[in-house]
Ligand binder design. Structure first.
Ligand code: HPA
Length: 236
């Protein structure tokens, strides 16, 4: 059934977006994914420069799109994709800072769960604390694909913060709980997926380490991102 589209933030008509969407924070990453992986990519959104494309990957229709930075931004885009465009699966390919001594720059982290200091869950009026988790089948597929391709990865909790520049950094407490990495989007994506009865997975490549102070060069970042895209496109 056609929904109310275009939406306030996505200029596509119903049907222009595939049921699986791979999303990156930076819209130029979405453009790069379209150019590198999609046959006949068609641009479906330019509202706010948040580029989105639909095309074919190995004969399968798939979309790629930017989601911006932070929980409110991915919250808006993923909500509209699930509820107005009937998207069933969103895979975020992002970057994260390592909070674990064994997780190094270039490694992949699959967010099995997402801890947060955001109040995003308050809207659901739950009588307790919701545990935002990845879709198990997507997570399992991503792990198997990373194994097959020989990429280094870890699976576990991430900490998704509302502040990149925090006046009172609180990562030590999360590290004590075994949290692997810091990023800024996973819980909103997971909660929107849960509420919509849809699927989501967030995976990130480690771009820097809060433990060792390592950072990535632009060239390394590009190569690492390519590995992660191989995993994402490999499981759709
Ligand atoms: N904080 C939040 N998100 C990030 C970081 C960080 O230190 N590094 C990469 N993504």
């Amino acid at each position: 059934m056609a929904k109310k589209t275009p939406t306030p933030h996505i200029g596509a008509e119903y049907g222009e977006i595939a049921s699986t969407v791979i999303m990156a924070g930076d819209p130029l990453r979405a453009k790069m994914m379209a150019e590198r992986y999609l046959e006949n990519p068609v641009l479906f959104n330019q509202v706010r420069g948040m580029l989105g494309y639909t095309g074919l990957y190995k004969g399968q229709r798939v979309s790629v799109m930017g989601h911006g930075m932070g929980i409110p931004s991915i919250g808006i885009y993923s909500y509209e994709l699930y509820h107005f465009y009937d998207v069933k699966t969103i895979i975020r390919v992002g970057s994260a800072g390592s909070m674990h001594p064994d997780l190094h720059v270039g490694d992949l982290v699959m967010a099995m769960g997402a801890c947060t200091n955001s109040t995003y869950a308050a809207q659901y009026h739950l009588p307790g604390t919701f545990a935002p988790i990845a879709d198990f089948d997507l997570l399992r597929s991503a792990v198997l694909k990373a194994e097959e391709l020989g990429y280094r990865y870890k699976v576990g909790n991430v900490y998704s913060t509302d502040t990149f520049y925090d006046d009172t950094p609180d990562t030590a407490q999360w590290q004590k709980m075994g949290v692997l990495a810091i990023e800024m989007e996973a819980p909103a994506l997971y909660m929107n997926a849960a509420r919509a009865g849809a699927r989501a997975l967030c995976m990130c490549t480690i771009s820097d380490s809060l433990v060792t102070g390592e950072e990535t060069t632009a060239e390394e970042r590009q190569n690492n991102f390519t590995q992660m895209m191989d995993v994402a496109f490999g499981i759709i």
